[in-house]
Design a protein. Structure first.
Length: 298
């Protein structure tokens, strides 16, 4: 990684110009759940910004390509899998997907002399031969995401977010329960969970709170109530083992229709769709001699 010298702090620039440097690199990786890991290619640990950067993790980085304009900066990071740092089970579970990555050039004799060279996220992560390879994506990657609103009848908000405002902790909109029976980390069966209508949780979130899969979230595909038994099926299996007795939180689902917003959540004032937009059939309609073409409503 390289950074133009004019962007270096004065003390670090003086150190570079001295001709006798003591430099290394340091990386901080912060997962979506808030867990932060520190790595360095120095042979001793470093500490700054409240993070301890471990020297024994085997993490290295390839050359970073940085450009002006809106081109996406990119590079790769290589590291070893170990129980003390990045575990294979955590990568398999997706805990490092989209993790924030920061990289510094540091004077290891005085870590206060440092410059941030990279700030971005993990992209694609692959594993093999006791190690992993992670694509690093710069902040300009976010500019490649679609922006703006789509004018259609369905709501564009996410249930419970700032635009929707529904409180999912309100009575009747979520439940915490222990797993009773699980099949392939995708199908869950419960008894006694009868206080909710059939299909109440369809399209909702299934959040694991304890156990090996704690913190993982699945989306509910089917929710069937049969007598005193309830079966909740996810779209895809959770990427870690869920055992009997693990605690989960199941949240009510929303199909984005205005009727559901009004009747199920009593939240039509915050509906973020356009329920009166004409459908495709109306847009494709044309006059016919057999119809009453009197200018009235179609």
């Amino acid at each position: 990684m390289s950074t133009p010298s004019e962007f270096f702090p004065a003390d670090l620039r003086d150190h570079l110009e001295s001709g006798n440097t003591t430099l290394c690199h340091a990386w901080a990786v912060t997962r979506a759940d808030g867990t932060t890991y520190g790595f360095t290619d120095h042979d001793l640990d470093l500490t700054f910004e409240g993070i301890t950067f471990k020297a024994d993790t085997g993490l290295t980085a390839l050359a970073l390509e940085q450009t002006t304009g809106l081109s996406v900066d990119n590079t790769e990071s290589l590291g070893a899998l170990s129980s003390a740092a990045v575990r294979e089970a955590d990568i398999e579970a997706g805990r490092f997907d989209g993790a924030r990555v920061r990289a510094w050039l540091v004077n290891w004799r005085d870590p206060d002399q440092r410059v941030l060279q990279f700030n971005g996220t993990f992209g694609e992560i692959t594993r093999g031969a006791g190690g992993f390879r992670a694509e690093l994506r710069g902040l300009t990657e976010m500019l490649n995401q679609p922006q703006g609103r789509v004018y259609h009848s369905a709501c564009s908000a996410v249930l419970g977010d700032g635009r929707c405002t529904v409180d999912l902790d309100a009575p009747g909109l979520s439940v915490r329960v222990a797993v009773e029976e699980v099949e392939e980390a995708r199908v869950f069966r419960f008894t006694g969970l009868t206080g909710f209508d059939d299909r109440w949780f369809e399209r909702g979130r299934f959040v694991v709170e304890t156990g090996a899969a704690a913190g993982l979230v699945g989306l509910v595909k089917n929710d069937r109530l049969t007598g005193v038994a309830r079966t909740v099926e996810l779209w895809t299996p959770l990427r870690a083992e869920v055992a009997t007795g693990d605690r989960v939180r199941i949240e009510a689902g929303c199909d984005k229709r205005s009727e559901t917003c009004r009747l199920k959540f009593n939240n039509f004032n915050n509906f973020r769709g356009f329920p009166h937009v004409p459908g495709e059939d109306w847009l494709a309609a044309y006059p016919a001699s057999s119809d009453a073409n009197d200018g009235g409503s179609l």
